[in-house]
Design a protein around this ligand. Structure first.
Ligand SMILES: Cc1ncc(COP(=O)(O)O)c(C=O)c1O
Length: 381
């Protein structure tokens, strides 16, 4: 399917025909299938899961658990390794808690954090392992360490890190920007924890996934306690349910899970080999146009197929450019993209504006961006 045809699956573009949406690393737009699944869930089967005794509750429970299987299938995992969370940030926080409270590493363990880490990856771990953190470039780790935090795809430059090249007792992989490119196969990545969000893969906000290797999950106890996760509680003791349900305390985001299932259905119709080739072509088209501006510094990994390109003008602030573009219905993101350390230490600019591509973008989006970018530069010069 061409990007133009695909765009027709996204009601927001029908409602806003002039919208040029190039902020897909922040969140992607939602196809009709996902929107309908949310509406249908609330219309047809809204009930709490796992403890109801009526038909709609059974249906809700079955649909929820079916999505667990779909996700497992999508990333080549086992359903019992899939924990629903509220998003990547939540998944990474829970990973840090599981590792710390289950003493999977020793108190004084060293933890390696890449410069390109999103704050959601680094900060939860800094809380527990404050004095033993070292920052590094992705290819700089050559000796075994205790915990490696790894950014699968950088949300600033699109750089891909192969976690197999890093030697660590525990590896935590942030897949926020790789999941929607279908780059996540847990049997190939050789890691222990994986985190991602539904809203960056055409699904709803407020729902995400934490995958934990069964070897580890089977040795741990949950860190978020509450209703729905215990078999038996008395005044002195408690028994947890089996994983993964023991890790989903309280009423989960059932509608979100259903919407995520619809996003997976949508993605399973995409030919990713073709799509990534198209994204490489579109990224090259964008880069060729941007390189005509001598006033711009461009930060992207040319070798990565992922269309994430951050840009700084030598004189005009990224926020001014993004605001100008935004006033003409062109959405990009400005700032440090929750990667302040990368901006300060490596890119050496305080802020960039970021263009990030998704499967509905095409050359006409880039042409409009470039046209208005030229206007913005004249306006602020
Ligand atoms: C690489 C990366 N990690 C983590 C996150 C956090 O994701 P969320 O805000 O969905 O929790 C983002 C969001 O932009 C990201 O790009």
């Amino acid at each position: 399917m061409t990007s133009k045809k695909l765009k027709n699956n996204f009601p927001i573009f029908l409602e806003n025909p002039n919208l040029v949406y190039l902020d897909n690393s922040a969140t992607t737009q939602k196809p009709k299938k996902v929107l309908e699944s949310l509406m249908n869930f609330y219309k047809e089967t809204n009930a709490n899961i796992h403890r109801g005794s009526c038909k709609i509750a059974d249906n809700a429970t079955n649909s929820y658990e079916e999505v667990r299987k779909k996700i497992a299938n999508f990333i080549n995992a086992k359903p019992q390794e899939i924990i629903f969370t509220s998003g990547t940030t939540d998944s990474l926080n829970i990973s840090s808690e599981i590792i710390y409270y289950n003493a999977l590493v020793e108190e004084n363990s060293t933890i390696a954090v890449p410069y390109n880490a999103h704050h959601s990856l680094s900060l939860p771990f800094r809380r527990f392992f404050q004095n033993q953190i070292f920052y590094h470039k992705a290819d700089e780790i050559n000796s075994a360490i205790d915990i490696a935090l790894i950014t699968h795809v950088s949300n600033v430059t699109g750089e891909i890190t192969n976690p197999n090249l890093i030697d660590a007792k525990i590896k935590v992989l942030d897949c926020a920007q790789s999941i929607n490119k279908n780059l996540v196969d847990v049997t190939k990545l050789g890691v222990d924890f994986i985190a991602f969000s539904a809203h960056k893969m055409y699904g709803p906000t407020g729902i995400g996934v934490l995958w934990v290797k069964e070897d580890i999950l089977s040795r741990c106890v949950p860190t978020r306690l509450g209703g729905g996760i215990v078999q038996k509680v008395d005044k002195n003791d408690l028994n947890f349910l089996d994983y993964p349900n023991a890790y989903e305390s309280g009423t989960p985001n059932i509608a979100g899970v259903i919407g995520l299932g619809a996003a997976i259905d949508f993605l399973s119709e995409i030919n990713f080999v073709q799509y990534l080739n198209d994204e490489i072509t579109l990224k090259k088209y964008l880069l060729d146009k941007l390189k005509n501006f001598s006033s711009l510094d461009i930060f992207t990994d040319d070798h990565s197929p992922v269309g994430i390109v951050s840009v700084a003008h030598k004189k005009i602030h990224a926020h001014d450019i993004a605001t100008y573009l935004g006033s003409k219905d062109i959405c990009v993101r400005a700032g440090n993209h929750c990667a302040q350390i990368l901006h300060n230490e490596i890119l050496k600019v305080p802020a960039t504006f970021r263009v990030s591509l998704a499967l509905y973008n095409d050359q006409s989006d880039i042409d409009k961006l470039i046209e208005v970018l030229e206007e913005a530069i004249v306006f602020f010069s």
